[in-house]
Write a protein that binds this ligand. Sequence first.
Ligand SMILES: Nc1nc2c(ncn2[C@@H]2O[C@H](COP(=O)(O)OP(=O)(O)OP(=O)(O)O)[C@@H](O)[C@H]2O)c(=O)[nH]1
Ligand SMILES: [Mg+2]
Length: 580
Amino acid sequence: MHGRMQKGPSMSELEREGEIWKSVKCIDSPTPQGPWEDIRESALAGRLSIEERAGKNNADIWRTFEENGRRQRGSAAEHRPAHPGYGPPPDETYEQRLQREAAEAEAKRISDEIDEQLRKEREADRRKRKPVKLLLLGQSESGKTATLKNFQLTYARREWYEEKAAWRTVIFLNLVRNVNEILSHLSSEMSDMPYGPDDSSEDLSIRPRALPPITFSEKHRNLRAHLAPLTNVQLALEARLGHASLELQSTSVNTAAAFEFSAQTGGGAGSHRERRALQEFSINSSNGWKTALDRFRTKNPSVNGKQESGNSSPTTPTSTSRNNGKAKETEDDVVEVIASCREDIKTLWEDNIVGEALNRRKVRLEDGPGFFINDADRIANRDYQPTDDDVIRARLRTLGVQEYKFIFDHGRTMGQEWRLYDVGGTRSSRAAWYPYFDDVDAIIFLAPISPFDEKLAEDRRVNRLEDSYLLWRSVCSCKLLSRTQIILFLNKCDLLQAKLQRGVRIRDSVPSFGDRKNDLQTATRYFQQHFKEIARNHSPVQRPFYVHLTSVIDTRSTAVTLGAVEESILREHLRLADLM
Ligand SMILES: Nc1nc2c(ncn2[C@@H]2O[C@H](COP(=O)(O)OP(=O)(O)OP(=O)(O)O)[C@@H](O)[C@H]2O)c(=O)[nH]1
Ligand SMILES: [Mg+2]
């Protein structure tokens, strides 16, 4: 039936209508008495949506339309039996011809307009379906990976559950490292060794020798002896997890500037080349945290780009199961040793003399990454399984740039693919970030505000807050990012609050804080203002200042924050898709 209409000798108005109606379903005009007017009106009134245009034809409309056509053709045939086609009637007057031609021209114009609109909508739709790309930036230990894990927990729960068990090994390592750090201080203190972690002016204020020596007892010597096997456990776990498990040691070497990249104005073909090279290095490398975890993964997820995450070396099922068997053995041994140390770990952590020794040395494990010794009773167990909160708090350093793809199974962007880029935050790793700037939708910049009185692990001369300011300035002033949405997370508010409650004064480390009230609200407002001013003074183009006060280890409040972030990023993603 349709074919017959398409075969007409000339492209009459009816055929033209037919062509359009095949792809158009008019919402408000189910009976197309005057289809052209209906289409035009609907198009002008914006009543034709992409679904209606691209969707299935409304059978009723189509049938009515065909009947109309048959009726008109039928009446023409009565007059012109020799002309079965749809050409102009032979007795057409000059005025009628002009009218017909004008109508045909108008029909063509509307048809072309609709075609063009359809093309644009298809294109916009394609762009909207492009993955949302989100970059997580910030200094090392700022909470980038913890934020990524929150995204996963909130929006990709299946992957979260598949990965959760793999973090068990990391948590064991974190706990064992806590214990070994205490033991190392204890040993030094027992052998009366002075403590000089670095050359920073802050740490020079530590003068343990000015105080009377601490008296240790047999209990402490026993604790050291009983917990000694944990040194080897740490080495075994580090060997299993690879480079990412090694924390940076304090150094006084000036490693690099706050932020380095070759060409601030770059982003052309060169940057793509550079990016490819870096991807090869980072995503397929065997040193990132994702790769480290893959070794402990029980399942083999086929989604979320996990296959890109470092499994570049071919593994046969046999070798995999052999490796898994060996890993299981090692894991069992490790768990056995840790579980047998449980009571001693608790005694060590709760001992007042040990506490005094750590205080004198200004060692605060609570503020550092991967603090788990408080949970030793629960974790140092053969049947321990990590909770969601444990996984968020587990610490494994990010090396290079790790791409993490997932389809949101939740929230406003359900079904949408997101690509999150988690980067290593040390000064020397920052040069690797730049190639990822050129087509990113948004950046979450994490600035931890609790360590206003701490130094960078990679350069003990640099204050952490100062480093965040410098880094923030570099990101804000980057021309390639001038139109990118940047969302600032002033993170570790929980630790800031604890620090202020302990009586640590901000002005001692940040003189410009002056005599302001030393409380959380005043401090966050002050830091926020400082970041805002930097953004205002250094952005090539003014942009909105989005800021959230966060403690990303708090999964509930972070889920709320991420909801707002998701919405804001998506709005911008769609706006840009429409503009393009
Ligand atoms: N108390 C507290 N701890 C946090 C917070 N954010 C992150 N952490 C912890 O800080 C440590 C470092 O966090 P990560 O997410 O690994 O830091 P990162 O920015 O990815 O660091 P790199 O990978 O080295 O660049 C982890 O043990 C986190 O659990 C926070 O808001 N509060
Ligand atoms: Mg990280």
